[in-house]
Write a protein that binds this ligand. Structure first.
Ligand code: FAD
Length: 514
């Protein structure tokens, strides 16, 4: 199982401290840290923990400059660490500058804000007033001037330069600067409204707004759906030529396959393909399950649940639906406590002209630019999103049915074991609270986005399919909005409407079925 430390798990973007790692994680680190000392029995700490997790995800891109950590002082083995820091009440926050020595106890942040935006601003204030030397990875956060920009342009050799024009007290510019910290070939600076020379040179009238600046006379406004941090960062991270540090630049030649690989098939990135859904069926039923020679106990419950929701909700072609029904009927008839995979396989392989299951894998929307990217895990997400939407459209009785089937399948069979651990942690946290079919669709959508946020920039990410918070503004403009303070927010009704259409049976593409 996952390492659980009181209120946080390894699935959160929070470094979990213990006596074994505290020295290595905190001291002489090139990043600053914000530490939460809590006690798992303390009600305020429990109430604060979702904020801390949300903040950690929100500023995940800033990690090289500053990261979040937490330690459970109710855990006896941590007592010595909490005593060393002189902690007496919970939750307590300490700011620990980069390169702190191991006798340092950090700065006690009293009366800290209890919301994500307030904490983010606090972190920026701390980074800006950081004593020398600051975190080496932290880009300059201070305002820039016309003179500085002119000298920069002379020396920058065509590197992208984005200027965030904003009011003096706005944090948007600094947030975007930090959001782009791990990206190459782009520099972001903030320009205050009071910097009249630049404001008039570009004839800027909206604050905030972002401009891509090449020279005195060559600049363009960055087009975005809304003038706010999330939209600026999303757009800048996707500018041509901008790549994540340490990641190979995606090449068009990535798609040219050698002879042993399958041909690349161009596809519509905004649609769901039946071919992916059928390939997920084939792979899970005939490949993944095949490594379980005998299926019993929890695994048998998982298999029954999985096949049962497939029978009910898989929006398949008639012969595929017939076959799923036959397999489900067969499973229901087995009144035993364990079955052999070989018997199950026989049931899968029993076909007729109007009842058969796909016999091969052919990824379409889930094709990766290289063979080891995407494919099956992409298709599993696609499959379960489709099933939650189908359960809603057919007015199923049980809002938990599809999610519980997914939870059990992933736990018993999903070959990516770390994925299973993370999914279990998320399920444990909130899946049981889902009490309507709509909530089930949205639960899976929001957890998938959490996974996307966690994996953005990881090695497993296909450079041609970077992980985004989905659906991005260009796919669903109506899904995105701003709270009064300028924070990004999802309009859940719009998201639900979008998902119901995107994953609907009528909207599926049937090209390239094997
Ligand atoms: P995927 O994330 O697989 O998404 C597939 C498609 O779904 C996207 O192309 C998009 O069209 C759509 N989509 C994206 N986001 C959403 C959303 N929020 N709601 C609805 N539709 C959406 N990999 C790890 O490295 N570590 C893990 O811990 C991990 N856990 C996983 C847990 C589960 C249950 C599953 C099924 C997979 C997990 N993976 C994990 C794999 C990882 O999530 C991706 O599936 C894989 O990296 C392939 O990514 P992809 O680019 O094809 O997009």
């Amino acid at each position: 199982g996952g390492v659980r430390a009181g209120l946080y798990s390894e699935s959160d973007q929070v470094a979990i401290l213990s006596p074994d790692n505290v020295d290595a994680v905190l001291f002489n680190s090139p990043s600053a840290a914000l530490l939460e000392f809590y006690a798992s029995w303390c009600g305020h700490c429990v109430a604060f923990s979702p904020v801390w997790k949300k903040l950690a995800l929100d500023i995940k891109e800033w990690k090289l400059a500053v990261y979040l950590a937490a330690i459970d002082c109710a855990d006896e083995s941590n007592r010595a660490v909490c005593v060393r820091f002189g902690i007496t009440g919970y939750p307590s926050l300490r700011f620990l500058p980069a390169f702190s020595s191991n006798d340092s106890t950090g700065e006690d942040l009293r009366g800290f804000s209890r919301d994500v935006a307030g904490l983010r601003h606090l972190i920026i204030d701390k980074l800006e007033s950081h004593k020398h030397p600051g975190p080496p990875a932290c880009p300059p956060l201070e305002k820039t001037s016309a003179r500085e920009i002119d000298s920069y342009v002379e020396n920058s050799r065509g590197q992208n330069l984005a200027l965030v024009f904003e009011e003096d007290d706005s944090y948007v510019g600094r947030e975007v600067i930090l959001d782009l910290l791990q990206y190459e070939n782009i520099t972001v600076r903030r320009v205050l409204r009071s910097e009249e020379e630049l404001v008039s040179r570009l004839s800027v009238t909206d604050f905030p707004s972002v401009y891509l600046y090449k020279t005195h006379t060559n600049f363009t406004r960055l087009p975005v759906l809304k003038e706010a941090r999330a939209f600026y960062s999303y757009a800048l991270q996707r500018l041509p030529g901008v790549v994540r540090e340490g990641k190979p630049r995606p090449e068009v030649s990535d798609f040219i396959r050698n002879e042993t690989e399958e041909q690349w098939r161009p596809f519509n990135k905004t649609r769901v393909y039946m071919s992916d859904l059928e390939s997920a069926l084939h792979y899970s039923l005939r490949v993944e399950l095949a490594s379980h020679l005998v299926i019993s106990g929890e695994a048998l419950i998982a298999l029954r649940g999985y096949v049962s929701v497939l029978d009910k909700y898989f929006p398949g072609r008639p012969p595929v639906k017939n076959a799923l029904k036959a397999v489900n009927d067969w499973l229901q008839k087995q009144k035993v406590t364990s079955i052999n995979y070989s018997d199950f396989r026989e049931a899968l392989d029993t076909t007729s002209a109007d009842s058969y299951l796909p016999k091969a894998v052919r990824w379409m929307g889930c094709q990766g630019s290289k063979q080891h990217y995407r494919g099956y895990p992409c298709a599993m997400w696609t499959l379960f999103h489709t099933l939650t939407v189908q359960a809603l459209e057919t007015e199923s009785k049980d809002p938990q049915e599809v999610l519980q089937a997914m939870r059990r399948y992933v736990s018993s069979f999903f070959g990516c074991r770390p994925c299973a651990v993370h999914f279990k942690n998320m399920a444990q946290e909130s899946m049981d609270n889902v009490n309507s079919l709509r909530a089930a669709v949205l639960w899976l959508w929001s957890r998938h986005n959490r996974v996307n946020a966690r994996l953005a920039g990881e090695l497993s990410e296909d450079p041609h399919f970077p992980k985004v918070q989905w659906p991005p503004p260009d796919l669903c403009p109506a899904c995105h909005s701003l709270k009064p303070g300028g924070e990004h927010t999802w309009l859940q009704d719009e998201v639900l409407a979008f998902l119901r259409n995107y994953y609907s049976a009528q909207h599926l593409l049937h090209d390239f079925l094997s």
